[in-house]
Design a protein around this ligand. Structure first.
Ligand code: COA
Length: 326
């Protein structure tokens, strides 16, 4: 039995900050409305010539450094993203070239659930024994698919990247139990394409030959969010043979503070056990969980043996949860 441990984390936020007050000079909105409805105070916006792969690379370098390995030690790169720089090559291939790594690299598109999907995928490669160090990145330039005249959506999103290095470690008790004791314990992934119209970008390579902009029925998305994310957590707990009182830290998708609070309440977790940094960078889609994870890891919030739960929902709809013992 081989376990997948997080052995390094890193993140990157672009220098430019757009506050709620800045937005109020662009669309009919105000700081009070945005903070009370979403908890968001500001978002970071990539520079004009700053690509998704540039942000992903910055986060990756920090994760590699904190894992105390070299780029040459990486056996695979997976980038969860919805906003690739090019139709092809993938962001992952661009990051691989920048790092000088020698390994397979590909993107994974599950919108805001992308990082949970990517972690679960990386875990399969590690458990199979074929990969030793997998660089999993969530990186998004959401500013490139926003309609800056639509106050219902442009206030919600931001740019940034987060990364982890998943490392393979043998389970020393493998003879006693055939399940991981540390690292990733279980995951649950799901999608329901029939809800695609409540959150989507109206462009695409084969349809409009442009990226399009985000459209959203906010209230519908909100309704699905808490129900589906809590159900996903329960499914992941069931697979790991655990109950919700075992969770030490919830690291949820950073979309909206009200969703985060409702989810924490549903899982009966005190608010200081729920990682939140949505106020600082808004919804960065697939980057939001690794950004929150790195933020908490940097401030040494997690102790060895703590049970972390990653959970997300996004366009598709896609959703999922992943349990990991730190
Ligand atoms: N500033 C000021 N007013 C705004 C506004 C803004 N940025 N955006 C919308 N409004 C207005 C609406 O036009 C509406 O006005 P009306 O009553 O005169 O028509 C009013 O505020 C209420 O709009 P509504 O859409 O009902 O607001 P809400 O309470 O549902 O909050 C969201 C909107 C988007 C904050 C909320 O639905 C939400 O958080 N949904 C989840 C979104 C999300 O997280 N998506 C990503 C998931 S991955």
């Amino acid at each position: 039995m081989i376990e997948s441990h997080i052995i390094g984390t890193g993140s990157y936020l672009p220098e430019k900050i757009l506050t709620n007050n800045d937005l109020a000079s662009m669309v009919d909105t105000n700081d009070e409305w945005i903070v009370s409805r979403t908890g968001i105070k500001q978002r970071h916006i990539a520079g004009e010539n700053e690509l998704n792969a540039d942000m992903a690379y910055q986060a990756a370098q920090k994760a590699i450094e904190s894992a105390h390995i070299q780029a040459q030690d990486i056996s695979m790169i997976i980038v969860a993203t919805t906003t690739p720089d090019y139709t092809f090559p993938s962001v992952a291939a661009c990051v691989q070239a920048k790092l000088g790594a020698k390994c397979p690299a590909f993107d994974m598109q599950a919108v805001c659930s992308g990082f949970v999907y990517a972690m679960s995928t990386a875990h399969q490669f590690i458990q199979s024994g074929s990969m030793k160090h997998i660089l999993v990145i969530g990186s998004e330039k959401m500013s490139s698919i926003l309609d800056w005249k639509d106050r219902r959506t442009c206030i919600l999103f931001g740019d940034g990247a987060g990364a982890v290095v998943l490392g393979a470690k043998p389970n020393i008790d493998a003879s006693v139990s055939n399940t991981p004791h540390r690292g990733i314990l279980s995951s649950y992934l799901m999608a329901q394409g029939q809800h695609k119209d409540i959150l989507y970008a109206d462009g695409g390579v084969a349809s409009t030959q442009s990226a399009g902009v985000i459209h959203m029925n906010g209230q519908e998305v909100f309704k699905h969010a808490v129900t589906k994310m809590s159900a996903a957590i329960n499914q992941a707990l069931k697979k790991a043979g655990l109950t919700k009182d075992a969770i030490d830290w919830l690291v949820p998708h950073q979309a909206n503070q009200r969703i985060i609070d409702s989810l924490g309440k549903k899982m009966k977790l005190e608010s200081d056990r729920v990682i939140s940094c949505v106020a600082n960078h808004a919804n960065t889609s697939a980057a939001s969980i690794p950004l929150a994870l790195d933020y908490a890891a940097q401030s040494s919030q997690f102790k060895e043996g703590d049970l972390l739960c990653f959970v997300a929902i996004g366009g598709g709809l896609t959703w999922g949860a992943c349990l990991l013992r730190w």
